[in-house]
Design a binder for this molecule. Structure first.
Ligand SMILES: Cc1cc2nc3c(=O)[nH]c(=O)nc-3n(C[C@H](O)[C@H](O)[C@H](O)COP(=O)(O)OP(=O)(O)OC[C@H]3O[C@@H](n4cnc5c(N)ncnc54)[C@H](O)[C@@H]3O)c2cc1C
Length: 127
């Protein structure tokens, strides 16, 4: 994956939603496919709330490169060179008051939801 030397790389996910005319598509809410296919995960939403229906909706997740102006950043791509670049931005921002970085995109960390919320609470207390 290539990126400009000043641009932090991120990736996104493309979600394809499909409806099927039967009650269950798979045996769990989320099944990951790490290696075998071009999609990496299938989610079936009715498992979460135990919905009853003759139909089902599933989402296929495809990993994609983030493209500026075309898509949205979902995850940082944390590698040595991108972390070094991120640290340079942190250093640069130190000279400017009232700038705070947080969250998955701003901290450039692969947070789960609980960690993203915890980080927001902690920064709030700090400020
Ligand atoms: C497909 C998927 C599945 C996930 N599943 C789980 C799970 O099962 N459990 C779990 O704990 N976590 C899960 N996560 C992770 C969870 O969604 C994140 O940890 C959480 O959303 C991070 O919150 P955040 O506020 O840091 O970032 P985000 O929720 O990404 O919020 C960033 C916001 O910034 C906005 N933004 C971006 N660029 C700009 C800009 N230049 N100007 C203004 N606004 C901008 C975006 O539009 C977005 O609204 C999942 C994430 C994805 C993508």
């Amino acid at each position: 994956m290539s990126f400009l030397s000043t641009e932090l790389p991120y990736r996104r996910i493309k979600l394809d939603f499909l409806e099927f005319p039967y009650s269950k598509f798979q045996e769990a809410a989320v099944i990951n496919y790490p290696c075998n296919y071009d999609f990496t995960c299938i989610g079936e939403y009715k498992w979460f709330l135990n919905n009853k229906s003759d139909k089902t909706v599933v989402s296929y997740e495809y990993p994609e490169e983030f493209k500026l102006g075309k898509s949205e950043r979902y995850y940082p791509i944390v590698k040595e060179e991108s972390q070094t670049l991120y640290n340079k931005y942190l250093e640069l921002a130190k000279g400017t008051p009232n700038i705070y970085f947080l969250g998955r995109l701003g901290d450039y960390k692969y947070y789960d939801m609980d960690k993203a919320v915890e980080r927001a609470f902690n920064l709030f207390e700090e400020i």
